[in-house]
Write a protein that binds this ligand. Structure first.
Ligand code: NAD
Ligand code: UDP
Length: 331
């Protein structure tokens, strides 16, 4: 992709064939941008963007962001990184490389072509938080040597790099901290709680609650999240973040299981399994900054978002009932 002055805005989306990335590519094309989607297909799928392949404003490139990329763009959304604990713990060294080397490569690109760059950071930078709800000025409570550290510390280091490129090289940065987001196009074997519970409920398999299910999460529907992400990118250069993006309604994992059983009408039973190491006890974003700076509040209630997501997985299971939807779980 080369830059043409006066034409469409050219936007690079790394991790663009993943769950959030593919929806983002779609949204940016609808907004009139030219989109370059880059992905190494570790957790992303070509099928997520298959419907965009013939679009004149869309280009797909297989590339691993741990290697340098030479393209000409105006904006970069850096989403490349496995997000599910099962996937990011599969090859932890590659996970850290993706966050750290990937950030260096994408920031280097942003510096060279003077592009604005947004980092998809995470609520995991707060670790197992001792401040509740989590505000952006909380520095977090993260184990640097545990099984989740490749992701948590990788994302923390990426944030450091973003702010150092900003201070040292005047790169225009935007950092968002995404809290658990779900919706259609999550991988059925992804291992994250919403997709696991829905697939289990639809297949009539036991719903696997890790621990006693009293740990909490706050679930944001993907379309709300994308809206916040795009708003953040369009803020003035003075706004760097980090800004929390998530839905502040908090649920226990047991409540989530019960809601999904109810909405699917499933007869699946609940099965309790051991809690994975360093699993955060509670998580809920304070979104005051997003409200003040972006005028953003999520509008999709959990039940509404779950109904759409259940319909998506239901369609997928009907189309491929023989597919081996294996149980994915962390050790
Ligand atoms: P996902 O796994 O569906 O998407 C990640 C994409 O990145 C995949 O397409 C994958 O193939 C690609 N990728 C991974 N390593 C790569 C590499 N080295 N080079 C190029 N591509 C690579 O996950 P998602 O939920 O869509 O998450 C997208 C981003 O948002 C991630 O950075 C994640 O950390 C962040 N995030 C997501 C959530 C959430 O709840 N969905 C929460 C916090 C942060
Ligand atoms: N979880 C669960 N059963 C599952 C998958 C996850 O009970 O089949 C729990 C997990 O232990 C965690 C919460 O659900 O407490 C959210 O897990 P997820 O992997 O979706 O994201 P996390 O917020 O931990 O990164």
């Amino acid at each position: 992709m080369t830059k043409n002055v006066g034409q469409q805005k050219r936007v690079l989306v790394t991790g663009g064939a993943g769950f959030l990335g593919s929806h983002l590519c779609e949204r940016l094309i609808a907004d009139g941008c030219e989109v370059l989607c880059v992905d190494n297909f570790f957790t992303g799928r070509r099928s997520n963007v298959a419907h965009l392949l013939d679009h004149p404003s869309f280009e797909l490139q297989r590339h691993d962001i741990t290697f340098p990329l030479f393209v000409e763009v105006d904006e970069i959304y850096n989403l490349a990184c496995p997000a599910s604990p099962v996937h990011y713990q599969y090859d932890p060294v590659q996970t850290t490389k993706t966050s750290v080397h990937g950030a260096i490569n994408m920031l280097g690109l942003a510096k060279r072509v003077r592009a604005k760059i947004l980092q998809a950071s995470t609520s995991e930078v707060y670790g197992d938080p001792q401040v509740h709800p989590q505000t952006e000025d909380y520095w977090g409570h993260v184990n640097p040597v545990g099984p989740r550290s490749c992701y948590d510390e990788g994302k923390r280091c990426a944030e450091t790099l973003f702010f150092d490129y900003h201070r040292q090289h005047a790169v225009r940065i935007k950092v968002i901290r995404i809290f658990n987001t779900y919706g259609p196009r999550m991988h059925p074997n992804d291992g994250r709680v919403v997709s696991n519970f829905i697939v289990q409920a639809l297949l009539g398999r036991p719903i696997t609650i890790y621990g006693d299910g009293s740990q909490t999460r706050s679930f944001c529907y993907y379309s709300d999240l994308l809206d916040g992400m795009v708003r953040m990118m369009s803020t003035s250069d003075a706004i760097t973040g980090p800004v929390n993006l998530g839905n502040p309604f908090e649920f226990t994992i047991r409540q989530l299981a019960e809601k999904i059983i109810d909405l699917t009408g499933s007869r699946a039973r609940i099965e309790y399994k051991p809690l994975p190491a360093n699993d955060p006890r509670q998580r809920k974003p304070d979104i005051s900054q997003a409200i003040a700076t972006l005028g953003w509040v999520p509008s999709t209630q959990l039940e509404q978002g779950l109904i759409s997501t259940i319909a998506y997985f239901d369609g997928m299971l009907r189309d491929a009932p023989e597919a081996p939807f294996a149980e994915a779980s962390v050790a």
